[in-house]
Design a protein around this ligand. Sequence first.
Ligand SMILES: NC(=O)c1ccc[n+]([C@@H]2O[C@H](COP(=O)([O-])OP(=O)(O)OC[C@H]3O[C@@H](n4cnc5c(N)ncnc54)[C@H](OP(=O)(O)O)[C@@H]3O)[C@@H](O)[C@H]2O)c1
Length: 305
Amino acid sequence: MKKSNSNSIKEKIVVVTGSNSGIGYETAMKLAKEGNKVILACRNPESGENAVKNIGKKTVFMELDVGSIKSIDKFIENFQDRYPRLDILINNAGVMLHPPQKTEDGTEVTFAINYLGYFYLSLKLIPSLIKGINSKIVNVSSISSYHLNGIDWEYFDPQQKLSSLKKKIKIYEHTNLFRLMFSIELDKKLKEMDAPIKSIACHPGVAKSNLGRYSLLAKIAYTIGIGMASAKEGARPIIYAATDSNLKGGEFIGLDTKNQHKGFPKVVEPNPIANNSKTRSMLWKKTTAKCGIDLKNLKSLNLKY
Ligand SMILES: NC(=O)c1ccc[n+]([C@@H]2O[C@H](COP(=O)([O-])OP(=O)(O)OC[C@H]3O[C@@H](n4cnc5c(N)ncnc54)[C@H](OP(=O)(O)O)[C@@H]3O)[C@@H](O)[C@H]2O)c1
């Protein structure tokens, strides 16, 4: 395969999870228009193929349910059979205010989709990313990560049924803080390993999309979107995180406005909890115990880079 100029985003191989709708769709559209090979990693084949038809260009649909370990493993096998490397992984798939449910793996659904899927998919794709060009993992988080003053570890792999609105909001906020903390910790660990991959977190502000689908009020709010950004505008920080070659890794890309609801991308300070390395280590330890994988296992693969 022809290698492109190392500073160029052109012709990169990009995976965008949850790219049949909203911000992920707009991100895939923009990156495909710029000439990249974009893999739309979506759980529903019909919506995934529809998105491929609408975006056209060099997009390909590949089935992926980030809430299922089996599906992630199958996706990775298919991906590695078809592509020699991965340049950019964009972890975007997510849910909000989901009704109480356990996944087929027995994990609380929002925790599984919004957080565990990011972690497991990213670590499993490291061998492909190591072969990539200026590789990046982009982790979409949310301004809701700022809402927490501390972590309630009951929301890590919750065993209780999250039926009330308060608990559904709490799990959304926690998973978004976890995504951000994971992104920063992963970057630190990759640097310690001298691995040529950057991990960058970002948030879209508040943007119109199908995110509100599980609650009537949220559905109305996110569809009408009064005062919200468009999904295209919401995709800007993701595209910035994926394409700006000056980013060093470990940053949080937010927006240049006071409330960060709408605006242009810029590097912002995360919730101070995310800057606490002890808390991030604790999250990493708990997650590796839950998933059964760690970067240490990858070291034993003797990856050449
Ligand atoms: N919109 C906002 O204001 C906002 C703010 C902060 C953060 N975010 C984050 O941005 C991301 C994108 O959300 P959005 O606003 O664009 O909402 P959206 O329009 O509902 O898009 C969410 C995408 O994630 C996919 N998805 C959900 N569960 C999945 C699974 N198990 N496996 C694979 N894909 C799955 C959905 O696929 P289906 O269509 O098949 O369900 C859809 O493609 C989310 O992570 C969200 O938390 C959004």
